[in-house]
Design a protein around this ligand. Structure first.
Ligand SMILES: Cc1cc2nc3c(=O)[nH]c(=O)nc-3n(C[C@H](O)[C@H](O)[C@H](O)COP(=O)(O)OP(=O)(O)OC[C@H]3O[C@@H](n4cnc5c(N)ncnc54)[C@H](O)[C@@H]3O)c2cc1C
Length: 407
């Protein structure tokens, strides 16, 4: 399975955008732990942030499959997990949730400035006391006569230090554990505090930090979906995030194969190219094989999404497998490239540091194994897992590219 002719053209177009616009300054942002908002605006100008968004809000209305082709190309061109993690947080998590669960009024208010790159959004669920166990969040929302009051602290959130818009989740006071609400709000208010960017091992070109809510007053216009339906919004956003993470990992890994193979032919040791050794070949062959397998699962998941079918289990397979092979492949590349790969002026060591972050971001491998195990068990018990209120109808708003067209 591979992209059709139009998708290949889209992929090439965004490969060039990534290569020419983003890549030249990626090392600087990593070194200086900085994010370039002007650059983000330029990415917005290319249309990438709105490719899969409805046209009425400034997007292009493409299918998720077309969009994935563009994203894979962009990732391959930019090789900048800073910009890519920011991208996933805003487009896969915030924008997609808004299209699927927000009202027309909310989409009209929030989407155009996000799609254009004028504004930046964060998606805040994690807290210092809880990461994997999202239902145990402590952030709380209390109903008032004419709205809500939000209190809590979110931690380790992509884009939080500089986001203009925040989508967040809170427990409804005095309701049962699963009663979680989703809100979208402006950060430019005194009741919201944003931290400085954290200094992390990798993903340093994306601003990651905390965001605190101290008696933030909200109205029904800030509420996304029904009052106690936040978990459905969350599961939908995770589904999209996990698949798109696989897509961007695919883009990041692909160049390693050619670059390592070429190096293995040029670099000599003991009188012959290092690539003549099967020990060396094995590293490159493994990257190639795993990438092919990843792509197969991605196409299947994209097909299911376009059919409006729940592919939560596959999304977990993709997230788990892609982050594991990303980490393994960038380490394998370093082994083949030796000192050359270890030098900071080359991008391989940055890729390896960034790949380690992806083992946690978007859910850890252990948690995805849990999801897959639960799904196996429910099949055994003939009791299919159904996500309550999971709405997969968003593709109805966009043009459809079927699997047969994409093959
Ligand atoms: C680069 C990056 C960007 C991020 N961006 C965001 C963001 O934008 N928004 C956001 O909300 N969060 C974000 N996060 C946070 C991320 O979602 C959490 O780090 C992740 O959910 C794991 O949480 P934790 O680190 O608290 O680990 P914990 O939940 O404390 O887990 C620690 C270890 O215990 C294991 N473990 C826990 N429970 C179980 C279990 N039941 N079975 C087996 N093993 C278990 C975990 O797998 C892990 O190995 C980001 C993280 C990173 C690294």
């Amino acid at each position: 399975m591979e992209w059709n002719t139009e998708q290949q053209a889209l992929k090439q177009r965004y490969f060039e955008v990534g290569r020419d616009l983003v890549r030249p300054s990626a090392a600087f942002r990593d070194e200086s732990v900085s994010f370039d908002k002007a650059l983000w605006r330029k990415v917005g100008d290319t249309g990438l942030l709105g490719l899969s968004m409805p046209e009425q809000y400034g997007g292009s209305g493409l299918s998720i499959t077309d969009f994935s082709a563009a994203l894979e190309g962009f990732a391959e061109g930019c090789q900048d997990m800073g910009v890519l993690v920011t991208f996933v947080a805003q487009v896969a998590l915030v924008q997609s949730s808004l299209v699927n669960y927000g009202t027309h009024e909310q989409c009209e208010k929030w989407l155009p400035s996000l799609i254009s790159g004028e504004k930046l959004a964060c998606f805040a669920i994690t807290e210092q006391g809880c990461g994997s166990d999202v239902r145990s969040i402590k952030t709380q929302v209390e109903k008032t006569v004419d709205g809500y009051v939000l209190n809590g602290k979110k931690w380790n959130i992509t884009n939080a230090p500089i986001a203009d818009i925040c989508m967040t989740f809170a427990k409804v006071k005095d309701k049962k554990e699963k009663a979680i609400s989703c809100f979208i709000l402006e950060t430019n208010q005194s009741a919201v505090t944003q931290s400085e960017p954290f200094s992390l091992m990798g993903n340093r070109g994306t601003p990651i930090g905390s965001i605190d809510f101290n008696d933030v007053e909200l109205s029904h216009r800030n509420l996304v979906s029904d009052e106690e339906n936040g978990l459905a919004v969350l599961y939908f956003s995770f589904l999209i995030e996990r698949i798109l993470t696989g897509v961007l990992v695919s883009g990041c890994i692909r160049p390693l194969i050619k670059e390592c193979a070429q190096y293995s032919q040029e670099r000599h040791a003991f009188g012959s190219p290092i690539g003549n050794n099967q020990y060396v070949q094995q590293y490159i062959v493994d990257i190639e094989s795993k990438l092919e397998l990843l792509n197969g699962v991605i196409f299947k998941a994209l097909y299911m999404i376009e059919q409006g079918r729940d592919c939560s289990k596959l999304a977990s397979v993709i997230k788990m497998y892609s982050s594991e092979i990303f980490h393994e492949s960038s380490l394998s590349a370093m082994r083949v490239l030796g000192n050359y790969g270890y030098r900071r002026e080359n991008y391989y060591e940055r890729l390896l540091r960034d790949a380690i972050g992806l083992l946690f971001a978007g859910g850890t491998t252990e948690i995805h194994k849990r999801v897959i195990w639960d799904s196996i068990l429910s099949d055994v018990k003939n009791n299919p897992r159904v996500h309550k209120n999971l709405n997969l109808s968003w593709q109805e708003n966009t043009a459809r590219t079927t699997m047969s067209e994409a093959v």
